[in-house]
Write a new protein. Structure first.
Length: 234
């Protein structure tokens, strides 16, 4: 039985009633609200481009990724250095709260769960994430090395400066589901990620904005990341 997706929730307890048969008495839970001046040790913040604004903590407990107006290849990235400690085959839920503060052109922003980092996001063949590309129209994507759904429009246009909650439900890899403020998006597409091997299903939370050139400025602010999963039997 598939658990209902409930955004904003804290450490899960009764919400997992009827959700699979966990091998642990309680599902595993990860949360980072980016409090304090330094990242937790599992995170790595990376910039490409000498004028890229360094990823940084912002007052109020959010983490910021920014591109600058210099026309050059730039990438502002927050990931876990390819540690890949989270298992999509363990019924994983991903949730984050993000505001896009500025918008520009000739850029892309992605955030969700991914395999190993690559500067060309379209070459990452193990991922499910939300995407913005040159405007405020929300796209969703998934790739399991075989089944590839790129640039799926959701019909949602976000408002600059407003925080929204983005969720991905991996409890059925034959039908991965995306949520925006608790409402399912991309329902006209089946996001099949069932081709993932056990190794490929191990992923990391992933946040990136990048551009190849141009004077566009883009900023994301990440309020929190929450990930739930069971313990997969071996």
């Amino acid at each position: 039985m598939r658990a209902p997706y409930l955004p904003h929730r804290g450490k899960p307890t009764h919400q997992f009633a009827g959700y699979g048969q966990p091998t642990d008495p309680e599902p595993k839970f990860y949360c980072d609200e980016f409090l304090g001046d330094a990242l937790q040790p599992e995170w790595t913040a990376t910039t490409v481009g000498v004028a890229t604004a360094a990823p940084s903590a912002v007052s109020g407990g959010v983490f910021q990724l920014s591109l600058t107006a210099t026309s050059q290849a730039q990438d502002a990235l927050l990931d876990q250095a390819n540690l890949r400690a989270f298992d999509l085959k363990a019924g994983l839920f991903f949730e984050t709260r993000i505001a896009k503060i500025s918008d520009s052109f000739n850029y892309q922003a992605v955030f969700g769960m991914a395999g190993n980092h690559n500067s060309d996001k379209d070459t990452i063949t193990e991922a499910a994430w939300f995407r913005f590309q040159n405007d405020n129209g929300l796209l969703v994507e998934s790739d399991d090395t075989t089944n590839n759904n790129d640039d799926v429009a959701t019909g949602t246009t976000i408002v600059l400066g407003e925080y929204n909650v983005y969720g991905i439900d991996f409890s059925d890899l034959n039908d991965v589901r995306f949520f925006f403020n608790g409402k399912r998006k991309g329902m006209g597409t089946t996001f099949d990620m069932s081709n993932l091997t056990d190794a490929e299903a191990l992923m990391q939370p992933y946040f990136s904005i990048d551009k190849g050139s141009g004077a566009g400025i883009t900023t994301l602010r990440i309020d929190y990341v929450k990930i739930w999963q069971e313990v997969r039997a071996t």
